[in-house]
Design a protein around this ligand. Structure first.
Ligand code: SF4
Length: 370
């Protein structure tokens, strides 16, 4: 099955300081290293990109806004090689700690039309635990500046379930977020990963019932403030769904360029190396796995069920020439109110999203591909 690629992710792995929970692919910012990295990124793109018209480009990190103005200009010159659709969604992640008006002007000049900021929390104890340093003044000045410069699509990331947090603190974080009136909010429950400072310091997760209570509160408050809950962890005002992230949940193909990035090209899941030395030598790929049709179908189910609209049965049939409901018997999941079939789609009801992983596993276990 050959699929046209419409989406592209670019990883900028540099940060000025390291957050205590972070297990992303990142390095400390170093001016010379960044310059070499941008040269190599240009080579990687020219080796792999086939000229397709792109509908989304997402520059993530790391912290892309850690780059200095000259490096940002260089990055955007590299990206000019892409053939962009007229209504492209063009996102860059930024950090409130190092964003400036000059950087926002560079974004504007090169066509960025969606900004994504990692706030995580505005509570001092939470920020101290996360090793982040953000003030309300800096956040509000930045959002005002973005609006004055004409940015109309802004995402903010919120983290919850921190051991320094209770329901009252989460409520305060939510109220603060709503006061900023941004178009999109992504939420993350803190996961304490191996090799992070939190893990090394022996920090442990909050009890699961509190985590679930926090998730419920977030869902309820988002609804009260007119944010659509369109994916398990993502909320947006009407018309502001993240097109780029939807490409992942729709199981579409996409390019990924840069250290540690992932691609899905010609039915292969490709993972780039996390070694900066190997990357700078031009050895970009760590692993390339060609998916069988069964694996493609499993991804299709797992990813699409994260969305409020679920799996569209017609799209599934068009893609795989099979009826989903012939492959899997979901009657028990339906009887237990864990899945709903209506309007030619299968979806998980919103009040069961907290246990979506269990539901997806049960559905996959029930698949019979013969
Ligand atoms: S800014 Fe992002 S990538 Fe960098 S250390 Fe913090 S969480 Fe990790």
């Amino acid at each position: 099955m050959k699929n046209r690629i419409k989406n592209c992710y670019i990883h900028i792995p540099f940060c000025n300081k390291i957050c205590s929970y972070c297990d992303f692919c990142k390095l400390y910012y170093d001016e010379k290293l960044v310059n070499k990295y941008l040269d190599e990124l240009e080579k990687e793109i020219s080796n792999i990109y086939q000229g397709e018209e792109l509908e989304t480009i997402y520059i993530g990190g790391g912290t892309p806004s850690a780059l200095n103005n000259k490096q940002l200009e260089r990055l955007f010159k590299v990206i000019e090689v892409f053939n962009k659709s007229n209504n492209i969604e063009f996102t860059i992640e930024s950090n409130f700690e190092n964003i400036t008006k000059d950087k926002l002007l560079i974004y504007k000049k090169y066509g960025i039309n969606r900004l994504s900021f990692g706030l995580e929390s505005i509570n001092k104890s939470n920020l101290s635990l996360l090793n982040r340093n953000i003030t309300k003044n800096k956040v509000e000045d930045t959002i005002n500046m973005c609006r004055e410069l004409g940015f109309t699509n802004i995402n903010i990331d919120l983290m919850y379930a921190l051991p320094t947090e209770d329901i009252k603190i989460l409520n305060e974080d939510l109220s603060y977020l709503f006061s900023l009136d941004v178009e999109h909010i992504s939420t993350y429950s803190l996961i304490i990963e191996d090799h992070t400072m939190l893990k090394i310091n022996g920090v442990i997760n909050i009890p699961e019932d509190l985590d679930s209570e926090m998730y419920e509160l977030i869902c309820k408050e988002m609804k009260n403030h007119n944010y659509d809950h369109y994916e398990i962890s993502n909320f947006s005002k009407t018309g502001y769904y993240s097109k780029h992230n939807l490409c992942y949940w729709n199981n579409e193909h996409y390019y990924g360029f840069g250290l540690g990035s992932s691609s899905y090209i010609d039915n292969k899941r490709i993972t780039n190396t996390r070694s900066i030395n190997r990357y700078l030598e031009g050895n970009y790929v760590l692993e390339s796995i060609e998916l069988s049709e069964i694996e493609m179908i499993e991804y299709e189910i797992m990813l699409n069920l994260r969305k409020s609209e679920g799996i569209l049965l017609k799209d599934f049939k068009d893609k795989y020439q099979k009826d989903l409901l012939d492959i899997v018997d979901i009657s028990e999941l339906i009887n237990n109110n864990l899945l709903i079939v209506e309007d030619n789609r299968v979806r998980i009801p919103e009040d069961k999203w907290y246990i979506s992983n269990e539901i997806i596993v049960r559905m996959l276990e029930g698949c019979n591909y013969e």
